[in-house]
Write a protein that binds this ligand. Structure first.
Ligand code: ADP
Ligand code: MG
Length: 846
């Protein structure tokens, strides 16, 4: 027969399958059975067992109550869901079994423990829904209350770039590639339930007012319903709903973000790292948001750039503002805690200091007539005034972290609290008076009145004076060399004191809860302040970075021209230190749509390609750019295919991955896109590679509906002849010079194809015996004259396909309708194409 507690546990546990249940038992949170085994292993804690009925011992593993947050966060980080069950009453007040309830289920998308969250990144819970075949996405960051919606293609893009921690789906098959969230399958939600959820959270007209598409509404309702199950308090923080409109942003797939090192991964240097001179976590998160969703609107970009420029020209004001910003705590996440009613006295103390500082910031910057975006931010800071009044009125100047000792509420706020406080003070005074009095009465000068947790107040008298102890003293405790006593008088005062103190704590709690309620009712104001601080912090930081690294304000043209002078790779430049990076130009215009960059390894090709893409990304994010002059088109997408990233986990070969990625680019690029292709075709044999590389360039060049600006780096020197036949292809190469016997890469990009005999040249410089070098030169001349290739293939068998008249491969390539192919069909076609090549060229490098 299990004990009542065991029965209570089992009943709760059965309501939370696939979830580790932490069950509060006194000072511990315990797990049982399978959960206990799992927790013991994951947290490296001891697995024991506990008798829970006649002949019943169950496995048990527990953690002390004060350390629960860290353990839960760890388990969630490992991919588990954790339910936290609390005692809903003080065991001292209950006869029989203490009522227990699960108050929260912690999942990847609903963690709030500070130490498990990155302060510079949002933590999104996302939902994906479909209505009438159209996708809708909702994202919520419960730590700040931010909510975002997107529909259609933008939904997929938003889902990918936001990298949510947890994703709710109706069907796992719907999840787009590139999303690595922990998945949670949820049943479809009915239209009626959607309406009800939205109305309950955002008011009666939420469905029409806030949310665009049916799919968005369903996704948002799904999130609300999920939070209601897991962490209902968090709903209090969700207020502002934003829609990411389609086509407003420059699209970047996760691969491109990674290829360009936009965000730090595994401690690598990143664009985010270079640009992040923000002084607050809010500013850092805003930078992340700007880099994640670069704009396409010239007006909005002008606003950002105006403000960055202002900061650049006001270094003293910026420096002063930075000093204030550094002292501002994370108002965004504090607002989230207020909304979830989980803020404690120190949280509100920090919030108050932060709000006060923002008012200083406003006063400080407003004197210098800043441009619109900054000015707007500064105006929003005024919203800090009202919550600040409430905080100042109620909260003590220096409140303790908990309520146990009293002193959270400011004197003068509540007459009742004040009088209780006076009473407890008097009671303390009384005890001191009592000590004096009793010493006089008994004549024992060493008599002491003291207090301990177990026995409460006592009178302590040394054993030496035992003879002088009055009759009415009642002995309570015997110590070495002393006895402790109580008297009726003492007991009476003690109970009065304890009663007053309990009541005081209770009243302080109530007053505090009331304060939190008031602040939560005005949470929109707190969120507006947080956002304003973030924006101000960020534009000032971007100004600082611009001046630190000599960045320039970019201009935008509404065509497809691009002109960069003195351009640098921002991340490599920052890593190398000042003056070490060799700046370069880049021009795309009516005559140049594709730049074919050739040059030896390690000469700087990849760096150059990335730097152009990064500058475009910086410009459309609102930052100044690492160049002396920059005029750019407003790109709709940046595509990159860089390096050999082997997706071994998916069981695909390097080449397969390379082709899948290339196929995606060819399918999706538009004339407004920027395409960066680094060594495409490298993953296969030379002739395959060349054939594919050439076909890709032709395709990007010849298709009017694609014709994206393209940077193509290749070590296939043969491709440079493409510039002779394709009018908008330009060759460029990396300049090299000799210093004594050393080859020095100048990292300077110059027009024209690279020097073909470079390899033999290097061989001579490297000190290869003259006989070998001469022989090599001779052989090269022969190959070129006879069309023989060193691997034995004759030029006839291959070269005509590339550079002569039509060969089977070329005919087959021309016949392909690339737009109509899925990535997989493209791969299939490639195998067919390769089969058309002569045998020696067919070896695939894996
Ligand atoms: P490639 O792609 O031609 O093999 P990379 O772009 O990888 O060459 O560059 C090789 C090295 O040269 C890198 O370590 C990089 O830091 C350095 N480098 C590249 N471009 C420059 C430059 N413009 N100025 C200074 N160093 C550079
Ligand atoms: Mg390279």
């Amino acid at each position: 027969m299990p004990t009542p507690i065991r029965r209570q546990y089992l009943e709760l546990k059965q309501r939370y399958p696939d979830t580790i249940l932490f069950f509060r038992l006194g000072d511990f949170y315990e797990t049982f059975d399978e959960d206990a085994r799992l927790v013991a292993e994951e947290l490296s804690i001891t697995l024991t067992s506990k008798p829970m009925g006649k002949d019943l011992r169950v496995p048990l593993a527990g953690v002390p109550h004060h350390s629960i947050d860290g353990h839960v966060a760890k388990l969630v980080a490992r991919g588990h869901r954790v339910a936290v069950c609390e005692q809903m009453a003080d065991p001292a007040d209950v006869k029989g079994i203490v009522p227990r309830e699960v108050v929260r289920v912690v999942t990847a998308g609903t963690v709030t423990a500070e130490n498990s969250l990155d302060a510079t990144a949002p933590n999104y819970l996302a939902a994906l829904a479909f209505r009438q075949g159209k996708a809708g996405v909702a994202l919520a960051d419960i730590t700040t209350g931010e909510v975002r919606l997107a529909s259609g293609d933008e939904a997929t893009r938003e889902l990918i770039r936001s990298a949510p921690a947890e994703l709710l789906v109706e069907d796992e098959a719907d999840v787009p590639a590139g999303v690595s969230a922990s998945l949670r399958r949820q049943p479809q939600i009915s239209d009626l339930a959607v309406e009800a959820e939205l109305a309950r959270q955002f008011g009666e007209h939420a469905r029409e007012g806030l949310v665009g598409s049916d799919a968005e509404a369903a996704a948002l309702a799904r999130i609300l319903a999920y939070l209601r199950e897991t962490y209902p308090a968090a709903l209090g923080a969700l207020q502002r709903v934003r829609t990411v409109a389609s086509g407003d942003t420059l699209a970047l797939d996760p691969r491109t973000l990674r290829n360009l090192d936009v965000f730090p991964v595994d401690g690598r240097h990143s664009l985010f790292g270079v640009l992040n001179a923000t002084r607050s976590a809010m500013g850092a998160r805003m930078l992340r948001a700007w880099l994640t969703r670069p704009l396409r609107s010239p007006e909005r970009l002008a606003e950002r750039h105006d403000s960055v420029e202002w900061a650049l020209h006001h270094p003293i004001e910026t420096e002063q503002a930075h000093a204030i910003l550094r002292s501002i705590p994370d108002i965004g996440r504090l607002a989230g805690k207020v909304g979830a009613r989980s803020a404690g006295p120190r949280d509100l103390h920090a919030l108050r200091a932060g709000l006060r500082a923002t008012l200083d910031l406003g006063g400080q910057l407003n004197r210098h007539s800043p441009p619109s975006l900054l000015a707007e931010g500064l105006r929003s800071l005024a919203s800090a005034a009202e919550p600040l009044l409430s905080l100042d009125a109620a909260l003590d100047d220096d409140p303790p972290p908990t309520f146990d000792e009293g002193g959270v509420i400011r004197p003068g706020f509540s007459p009742e609290i004040d009088s209780l406080r006076a009473l407890t003070r008097d009671a303390r005074g009384f005890l001191l008076g009592l000590e004096r009095l009793e010493r006089e009465r008994t004549g024992i000068r060493s008599l002491k009145v003291g207090h301990n947790r177990v026995f409460g107040y006592y009178i302590e008298i040394s054993s030496a004076n035992a003879g002088a102890v009055p009759e009415h003293y009642q002995r309570r405790q015997t110590l070495v060399g002393a006895e402790r006593y109580v008297t009726e008088e003492l007991k009476e005062h003690e109970s009065r004191l304890v009663g007053a103190r309990d009541r005081l704590v209770e009243l302080e709690r109530q007053a505090f809860a009331q304060l939190v309620e008031t602040l939560a009712a005005g949470i929109a104001a707190l969120q507006a302040v947080a956002e304003a601080v973030a924006t101000i912090d960020l534009v000032l930081a971007l100004g600082t970075v611009a001046s630190r690294h000599g960045y320039v304000r970019p201009t935008f043209n509404d065509g497809d021209h691009l002109r960069l002078a003195g351009a640098r790779h921002p991340v490599v430049e920052a890593a190398l230190g000042p003056g070490r990076f060799v700046p370069n130009e880049c021009v795309f215009d009516a005559d140049c749509q594709v730049i074919l960059l050739t040059g030896p390894n390690m000469s700087g090709k990849s760096t150059y390609l990335r730097q152009v893409a990064l500058i475009a990304l910086m410009a459309q994010s609102g930052s100044f750019v690492s160049a002396v002059e920059a005029d750019l088109p407003l790109f709709d997408r940046i595509f990159t295919r860089i390096g050999a990233q082997d997706d071994l986990a998916a069981g695909q070969s390097t080449f397969m991955v390379e082709m899948v990625e290339t196929a995606q680019i060819l399918h999706q690029a538009t004339p407004q896109s920027l395409v960066v292709l680094d060594e495409v075709g490298r993953g296969t044999s030379t002739f395959d590679g060349m054939a594919i590389a050439r076909a890709v360039v032709e395709f990007l060049h010849n298709r009017k509906e694609i014709s994206a600006r393209t940077l193509f780096a290749t070590h296939y020197h043969e491709l440079t002849s493409l510039a002779d036949v394709l009018p908008r292809v330009r060759n460029a190469h990396v300049a090299v010079h000799e210093e004594g016997t050393e080859v020095v890469f100048e990292h300077r990009i110059v027009p024209g194809p690279s020097d073909r005999s470079y390899g033999i040249h290097v061989a001579r410089l490297a000190g290869l015996p003259a006989a070998v070098v001469n022989r090599a030169e001779h052989l090269l001349g022969e190959f070129e004259a006879n069309g023989h290739h060193p691997n034995g293939a004759t030029a006839e068998s291959v070269q005509p396909a590339l550079f002569g008249g039509p060969a089977p491969v070329e005919t087959a390539l021309a016949a392909i309708d690339v737009d109509g192919l899925t990535p997989l069909e493209a791969i299939q076609k490639l195998y067919e194409l390769r089969a058309l090549l002569p045998a020696p060229a067919r070896r695939v490098r894996q």
